[in-house]
Design a protein around this ligand. Structure first.
Ligand code: PRP
Ligand code: URA
Ligand code: MG
Length: 208
């Protein structure tokens, strides 16, 4: 299964709060960061550990630490920025790469307008962040860009996914795992997820 719906009660509760029609920008931003933090926790659960010996207060002691893991967090502009602080709380040493994509409202195809990747992508785990996986066009385009630069360990974190997007991402990139707080019902004719969250970028940036 390449899309993993996180069933943790905290995730389900917080995502439920985000669905309120009259939610304030402040509350939506706070909950976006909180759910992002929990998704990052889940998505990093298989990071390998190594044992090292340190000088503890009581003498030499073996401790575990994450083994040589280079991470880049990849927010998809704009809305992905809303998840960035939450994910960085969990992986504070990660480098940040940025991809700018905006969906054309008529065709629903992603239009590429910016990219800035950190180096050594072939050695890094990439955590792509974007609140919404609708048709998955934006996510697939971002994975394409990362793979072209040699990145092999690519993971995605989204708040809400549509079944259409889940299928499209699995077909295009079966090796990419995606953690989501919810797989919703369907896309409407305008390509919005139902019930969804509405326009996540507008809600995070206050541009409704
Ligand atoms: O799965 P898809 O069909 O590609 O749709 C999802 C994309 O649409 C939204 O961004 P949008 O294009 O609205 O840009 P914004 O973040 O600047 O608002 C969302 O944040 C995703 O990036
Ligand atoms: O439901 C959706 C689909 C795409 N982008 C959003 O912000 N919301
Ligand atoms: Mg938007």
């Amino acid at each position: 299964m390449s899309v993993i719906e996180v069933r943790h009660p905290l995730v389900r509760h917080k995502l439920g709060l985000m669905r309120a029609a009259e939610i304030s920008t402040k509350k939506f931003r706070e909950l976006t960061a909180e759910v992002a933090r929990l998704l990052a926790y889940e998505a990093t659960a298989d990071f390998p550990l190594e044992t090292v010996r340190v000088e503890c207060w009581s003498g030499p002691t073996d401790i575990e630490q994450i083994k040589g893991r280079k991470v880049t967090v990849v927010p998809i502009l704009r809305a992905g920025i809303g998840m960035l602080d939450g994910v960085l709380d969990m992986v504070p040493n990660a480098k940040i790469s940025v991809v700018g994509l905006a969906r054309d409202h008529e065709t629903l195809q992603p239009v590429h307008y910016f990219e800035n990747f950190v180096g050594q992508l072939d050695e890094r785990c990439a955590l792509i962040i974007d609140p919404m996986l609708a048709t998955a066009g934006s996510m697939i385009a971002t994975v394409d860009l990362l793979k072209k630069r040699g990145c092999r360990d690519i993971r995605a974190l989204v708040l809400v996914a549509a079944p259409e997007g889940v299928r499209a991402l699995a077909a295009a990139h079966p090796d990419v795992r995606c953690w989501t707080a919810a797989i919703d019902s369907h896309l409407n004719e305008q390509g919005y997820i139902i019930p969804g969250l509405g326009d996540a970028g507008d809600k995070i940036f206050g541009t409704k």
